[in-house]
Ligand binder design. Structure first.
Ligand code: ADP
Ligand code: MG
Length: 275
């Protein structure tokens, strides 16, 4: 396949939207697979107790497996819990198990409760070359998502082309602003992806137009179509990128990933010019 440009330094992206079912997990695993298939080293951190990203990547996450819970609550190094994705070389995953559901409460009483993922990840990245880290968030704005916001510099928001697409977005942006102000000055919304786009409906194109009007720079030019192949892939413990690489969904995710990689390379060269 084609090679995507390598970013100058690791890009850490938190995939967030406190609405459920908008395509966070699907976007995380398929963008991650597309970047890895294009020659980059990619780490997915599953931060949702449901463990859907782990499932889709074919990573064991039954309750005995050491997971992101152990990293957050027990100070276990990321290197001890990371697992390779069996279907995509270059792609690794920190799985989530169901114990993570309790972490939201357990974290409250721990020291540096908002920084635990950031610190663990920084230590890991000192030893391991990774081009992209994608963090899949649960559908809430609790301490798990805050840990993801503190660990990342970029927020990646998938938006479903449906009624009320923008509802709740102002709450999300407000929380990002709070984290930026108090915990992580580098945090910003870099990327928005329209998901489950249905070209036959006026609603999809109206939502797409509205989102583009609000966020002209952030919205990727590619939208992800609604496609049965995309929704089938996880039941085979695969991403659509290997399950059906020529399907419309896989091709759209590959194109979206190429835009993300191109933006990363463009940002790096602007930074070099200005320094
Ligand atoms: P979230 O992580 O935001 O809760 P998911 O990624 O789990 O959302 O997606 C919600 C549901 O929609 C899942 O059943 C998924 O398979 C399905 N889905 C996501 N993207 C598409 C798509 N492009 N076409 C068809 N189904 C999709
Ligand atoms: Mg999810």
């Amino acid at each position: 396949g084609t090679r995507f440009p390598r970013p100058a330094r690791t890009r850490v992206m938190t995939v967030a939207n406190q609405k459920g079912g908008v395509g966070k997990t699907t976007t995380t695993v398929n963008i991650a697979a597309a970047l890895a298939q294009s020659g980059l080293q990619v780490l997915v951190i599953d931060l949702d107790p449901q463990g859907n990203a782990s499932t889709a990547l074919g990573i064991d996450h039954h309750s005995e497996v050491r997971s992101v819970y152990d990293v957050l609550v027990e100070d276990v190094p990321v290197a001890d819990v990371v697992a390779p994705c069996p279907t995509v070389p270059g792609l690794t995953c920190v799985p989530a198990t169901i114990d993570l559901a309790g972490a939201e409460i357990e974290l409250v009483s721990l020291v540096a409760r908002e920084q635990r993922l950031a610190r663990a990840l920084a230590t890991y990245l000192e030893q391991t070359p990774v081009d992209y880290v994608l963090i899949d968030c649960p559908p809430s704005l609790g301490l798990l998502t805050i840990n993801a916001f503190v660990a990342a510099s970029e927020v990646f928001i998938p938006i479903q082309c449906e009624y009320y697409a923008l509802e709740g977005l102002s709450q999300l942006l407000k929380n990002i602003e709070l984290v930026r102000k108090h915990l992580n000055p580098a945090l910003h919304v870099s990327t928005i992806l329209l998901t489950m786009y249905d070209g036959r409906t006026r609603l999809s194109s109206q939502v797409a137009d509205e989102v583009r009007a609000h966020f002209p720079k952030e919205v990727l030019p590619t939208s992800i179509p609604r496609s049965v192949r995309v929704s089938e892939a996880p039941s085979f413990q695969e991403t659509v990128m290997t399950y059906d690489p020529l399907s419309s969904g896989a091709l759209a995710y590959l194109e979206a990933a190429s835009h993300i990689a191109a933006r990363g390379a463009a940002q790096a060269s602007t930074q070099e010019e200005s320094s």
